[in-house]
Design a protein around this ligand. Structure first.
Ligand SMILES: Nc1ncnc2c1ncn2[C@@H]1O[C@H](COP(=O)(O)OP(=O)(O)OP(=O)(O)O)[C@@H](O)[C@H]1O
Length: 346
């Protein structure tokens, strides 16, 4: 549905600043009907990528095809028509404060010259879809952040787009509201079949709704894969750093402060274990302890799910010797448990 091909975007130098390469040779293929997440730190190039997909940004080289149409090659009037097939939602909602919820949702249809008789039932159905029928005559200032984003989603869907682009749509919302908005996006994807591309700096957002994820850094797509694989077996340090915020992965602060890179005196070794798939529920730790005769302490942990598939993370301490001779890691690998050495604590 969205094909990004060798896309580069260089912002030229100005009197006050040097040239910035915001995107370097990025290739992404978003499949029809999927939810694709793009994660990266501030400045990685995510917004530039999203703007290129809806034609707000012209590529320096490369191209973007949406449902087969080369967005960069369109004339301005063709681009305006094409954009009706691409809805967009924003971090700060971008609602018109002088218009009610109903009138905000109706706006893109008015711009498109749609007949009033058609607009009314469509806007009412959309407000119903996002759970805001009772707020139709409220102004944005009278709505909560989550309700404003629901209006934003209804407005984005007004022209019945095939693609919905989400630019940090939950970044201004609290965790509970974030979950409800993500659940709504998942429902829209499922029931309307709309392909969704979302950019975020939070792995929790990707984990909750996306099927695949691309990791961006310095304008490059440095890692890509199924969300489950990237979360459970990240290949780059950047992908790994985004996992820190997922429950169970973070080293408790008291422990982190005492962490040393090498064993000293009476320290024990700290490792992070990643459990995936069917073996997530096996009694691996008690077997490790019994069969290798090791004292194992569980210091932090959580078992979670991605798309209905279980994965778990545990931070455990082991005697240094069990790491030095590799026996513990060999034993764990046999059970498909990924291991990551974290250091040593007294
Ligand atoms: N209009 C512009 N003119 C010049 N440079 C720009 C422009 N827009 C973005 N940039 C630069 O391009 C790089 C990528 O910016 P972009 O906004 O795409 O990143 P991002 O990952 O979306 O970050 P954020 O989450 O902070 O928005 C940054 O170095 C930024 O300063």
């Amino acid at each position: 549905m969205i094909r990004v091909e060798s896309l580069s975007r260089i912002y030229p130098a100005t009197a006050k600043s040097v040239a910035v390469t915001a995107l370097k040779d990025v290739d992404i293929a978003v499949r029809r009907g999927e939810i694709y997440g793009v994660i990266g730190r501030s400045g990685a190039g995510k917004s530039t990528l999203l703007r290129a997909v809806n034609g707000l940004e012209r590529p320096t080289s490369g191209r973007v095809l949406v449902d087969g149409v080369d967005i960069g090659a369109l004339t301005d009037s063709d681009l305006r028509a094409e954009r009706r097939k691409i809805g967009m939602i924003f971090q700060h909602f971008n609602l018109l404060s002088s218009r009610t919820a109903y009138d905000n949702v109706a706006l893109p249809l008015e711009f498109a010259g749609v007949d009033r008789a058609v607009i009314r039932p469509r806007v009412e159905a959309l407000l119903d879809l996002v759970g805001l029928s009772d707020k139709r005559d409220r102004y944005p200032v009278e709505l909560s952040g989550g309700q404003k984003q629901r209006v934003g989603i209804a407005r984005a869907l007004a022209t019945e787009p095939k693609v919905l682009l989400s630019d940090e749509a939950t970044s201004a919302l609290d965790p509970e509201t974030t979950r409800s908005i993500l659940a709504l996006l998942a429902e829209i994807n499922r029931t309307l079949g709309v392909t969704i591309m979302l950019i975020t700096h939070e792995m929790a957002v990707v984990k909750d709704v996306a099927t695949r994820v691309g990791v961006m850094e310095d304008g490059l797509l440095i890692e890509e894969g199924d969300v489950y694989d990237v979360v459970t077996r990240p290949r780059t340090d950047t992908a790994r750093s985004f996992l820190g915020t997922l429950a169970g992965r973070e080293i408790p602060p008291g422990l982190a402060a005492r962490l040393r890179p090498s064993p000293e005196g009476t320290t024990t070794a700290l490792i992070r274990l990643g459990f995936t798939g069917s073996r997530s529920t096996e009694p691996v730790i008690s077997r490790l302890s019994r069969e290798l005769g090791l004292d194992v302490a569980v210091l932090q942990g959580q078992v979670d799910e991605i798309g209905g598939r279980p994965f778990g993370t545990l931070i455990v301490s082991l005697p240094n010797a069990a790491l030095a001779d590799g026996s513990a890691e060999r034993f764990l690998a046999h059970y498909d448990v990924a291991t990551e050495r974290l250091g040593h604590v007294a």
